[in-house]
Every structure is written in C-alpha cells, then in structure tokens.
Design a protein around this ligand. Structure first.
Ligand SMILES: Nc1ncnc2c1ncn2[C@@H]1O[C@H](COP(=O)(O)OP(=O)(O)OP(=O)(O)O)[C@@H](O)[C@H]1O
Ligand SMILES: [Mg+2]
Length: 184
C-alpha cells in the first residue's frame, strides 16, 4: 500500500510538472501574441506618415511577425544588417512588403528538402544615397518560366490571392527546383 501511494505521489508530481510546463509555454505564446497585436496597432496608427525609420529595425519587426512559424519550420535566420542611416519612408508600407517577402521565403522553405533551411535578410548601402534591403532563401526556388510571371499582378502558385509583387529579383544560382529566390 505504501509503495502504491509513493508511486501515485510520484506520478501526480510529474503530471503536475508537465501541466506547469504547458501553462508556462502557453503564457509565453500569449505574451508573444500580445506583442504582435500591440506592434500591429502601432503600425496601424502611423499609416501614410513619412518619418525617419531604421530599416534594420523594420526588418526585425517583420521577422518578429513570422517568428513562431520560422521556429516551427526550423528556419535559420541569417542577418546581414549593416549599420545604415535612417531613411524617410512610410513604415507601414515597408513593413507590408517585408512581411510578404519573408512569408514568400517561408513558404518556399517549408516545401524544401534542404538539409538546412536558410533565410538571409540584409540591409546595406549602395553608394551614398541608396539603401538595399534583401530577403533570400534556399527554398524550392522559382521555375525559370515563372521568373517574369511573378511580377504580373495576381500571379501566384499558392492557393488564395496575391496583393504585393516582389519588387525585383536578383538572378540566383541554378538550383534543382529553379532559381533560389532573392528579392531586393
Ligand atoms: N522566395 C520565393 N521562392 C519561390 N517562389 C517565390 C518566392 N517569392 C515569390 N515566389 C513566387 O511568386 C509568386 C507570387 O508571390 P506573391 O507574394 O506576389 O504572391 P503569393 O505569395 O503567392 O500570395 P500572397 O502574397 O498574396 O499570400 C508566389 O506564388 C511564388 O510562386
Ligand atoms: Mg506572398
């Protein structure tokens, strides 16, 4: 009887620890959702306003919005963010573009069989007055025949609509599924 009770106490103890762990993870997820909602509300308020912005900070915000999906898809994020001067822009629009480019990369990576899924985000100066922001991945790539079609309004290989076109794509190395994607 004593050993039965001891076993029961142990089992209850480990179950309780498991539940506590789940509660902790849930709380973290809720905090994460709260952060995203607060961030999106702050972006909503400033739509249409031209202000000096840090592009590396906007890239970080866009990455944060995809953070949990990138973690669950085991995507390694490589940052090549130079210290660059702030640019005067509408951060709401820039964020929309970045969120779409990262989402495209995430989709291309989630169907990829690459041993290591890589998402490389960069920001650098080109000359004295151009800032280049890039989002590259080693996902399934783009079929050569689609390289120009992706700029056509409404073109998509995914179910659902398309609203933002990638602005410009740099030629990539030849890959198995097409060209690795890099949008700038
Ligand atoms: N990183 C990428 N790797 C492979 N294909 C890509 C990549 N980025 C874009 N594409 C291709 O370009 C298409 C158009 O992209 P776009 O962002 O305009 O629309 P979408 O992602 O399909 O839809 P939405 O952005 O509305 O969710 C995609 O459907 C996909 O075929
Ligand atoms: Mg997209």
């Amino acid at each position: 009887m004593a050993s039965y009770l001891k076993g029961l106490v142990q089992q209850l103890g480990s179950e309780q620890a498991g539940i506590l762990n789940e509660v902790k993870e849930l709380t973290q997820n809720i905090d994460h959702i709260k952060e995203i909602v607060a961030m999106q509300q702050s972006y909503g308020r400033v739509a249409g306003v031209m202000e000096a912005q840090s592009l590396p900070a906007l890239v970080e915000d866009a990455l944060r919005m995809h953070a949990s999906a990138l973690v669950s898809d085991r995507v390694r994020v490589v940052r090549q963010l130079d210290a660059i001067p702030d640019v005067v822009t509408d951060k709401h629009k820039v964020l929309q573009i970045l969120v779409n480019l990262i989402s495209n990369a995430k989709n291309a990576l989630s169907s990829s069989t690459a041993t290591e899924r890589l998402l490389t985000v960069g920001a650098r100066m080109k000359g004295s007055d151009i800032v280049v922001v890039s989002v590259a991945d080693n996902g399934i790539g783009i079929e050569p025949e689609n390289m120009t079609r992706i700029f056509t309004h409404g073109f998509t290989t995914a179910a659902g609509g398309a609203w933002l076109r990638p602005a410009q794509r740099a030629p990539g190395r030849p890959g198995t599924g097409g060209h690795p994607a890099c949008a700038q």
